[in-house]
Ligand binder design. Structure first.
Ligand code: SF4
Ligand code: SF4
Length: 338
């Protein structure tokens, strides 16, 4: 389907790989928060930083008597209107982990909406049963973090009591947003779409969830949208299996109604290369023996949509089966019939 060359840079060396398909799995990054006094106290962490403390069995964890989790930090706000999807489950899991280590500890989760979807709902139920307290807040009235001589306090308005609460705590964990890499260069290269948030958009949510409209280009993981590791793995396997299905074919059959460039008429303007939604046109390399610098169309990728034919100002592209002569013959025949 494709004929790509990728250069890998590692240990000061370059290695060029040639490949026929590509899987876009560029991931995403966690937001580094600028609110809730993050960075001003060693006991205000992001969820990943708390994970690291669990992994290292950090001594701080043994001293805790109270912990507060604040959800939707940077998510579902004007700059990032999407839900980051993994943070509710992540906080509930970490809240349970703290409760398992010290059942007498006070653990609060301050949330706007809890989205522990699917079977993760059981974790939410378990957290409630283990005494984790969930307090809802509104985006217009966010919790306030107060630092006073090394003491941490979180102020939040309880929407059921209708009263402000003050929670003295030893640890604050911020469930920060997942931020897409918004790789427009890559998107333009492969002619694949990014949505307004900066995530790549699949061909079809149900019929093509791990592929793009451009044949031979696939996607998986958080490059697509925020998702937990199990869903990323499933999508990675789906993308790999779709890619292998293509690579395993000895013969690829194409439609006959595809576009073709007449090189003598092509003025190398590049309109067809930029307009085709399937990345089918490209320029013939300057070093080529025939028609260097002229456009050519990869017949395997062309879907025969006719966009380039209508856009080529030099009239250098014909759509097989829909030549001007054929169209005019139909119009004249219709005229005579009338
Ligand atoms: S739009 Fe027409 S003239 Fe321009 S590069 Fe393509 S085929 Fe050539
Ligand atoms: S006919 Fe459509 S799919 Fe084929 S090269 Fe032209 S724009 Fe691309």
């Amino acid at each position: 389907m494709g004929s790509f060359k990728s250069t890998l840079h590692a240990n000061g060396k370059d290695e060029v790989l040639e490949h026929g398909v590509a899987v876009i799995a560029t991931g995403a990054t966690p937001l580094m928060p600028s609110e809730y006094a993050y960075g001003k106290d060693a006991c205000i962490l992001t969820s990943l930083e708390l994970d690291r403390k669990f992994m290292n069995d950090d001594p701080l964890l043994k001293t805790l008597k109270s912990a507060v989790f604040i959800q939707c930090v940077g998510s579902r706000e004007p700059d990032r209107p999407y839900c980051s999807r993994v943070c509710c489950t992540h906080s509930v899991e970490n809240a349970l982990e703290l409760k398992h280590r010290n059942p007498d500890m006070n653990v609060y989760v301050l949330y706007r909406d809890i989205r522990t979807y699917g079977e993760r709902e059981y974790l939410y139920k378990e957290a409630r049963e283990n005494g984790v307290i969930f307090i809802r807040f509104s985006v217009d009235d966010k919790p306030q973090v107060v630092l006073d001589n090394g003491r941490l306090t979180v102020r939040v308005k309880d929407h059921i009591l209708g009263r402000p609460l003050e929670l003295e705590t030893d640890l604050i964990t911020l469930a920060t947003a997942i931020v897409p890499n918004r790789d427009e260069k890559l998107a333009n290269f492969f002619k694949v779409p990014l949505n307004a948030d900066g995530f790549f958009v699949e061909r079809h949510a149900k019929l093509g969830p791990s592929e793009f409209a451009t044949d031979g280009v696939f996607l998986c993981g958080m490059a697509h949208y925020p998702k937990p590791i199990d869903e990323s793995i499933v999508q990675g396997k789906a993308a790999a299996s779709r890619a292998v299905t293509l690579l395993a074919r000895e013969i690829i059959q194409t439609s006959g109604t595809i576009a073709e460039v007449v090189p003598t008429t092509c003025s190398s303007c590049g309109v067809c290369v930029s307009i085709c939604p399937y990345s089918a046109p490209s320029f013939i390399e300057e070093a080529a023996r025939f028609n260097p610098g002229k456009a050519q169309i990869n017949p395997v990728l062309c879907k025969g949509c006719g966009l380039c034919v209508a856009s080529c100002r030099s009239g250098a592209i014909r759509l097989k089966g829909f030549d001007n002569d054929q169209i005019f013959a139909q119009i004249f025949a219709l005229n005579e019939a009338v």
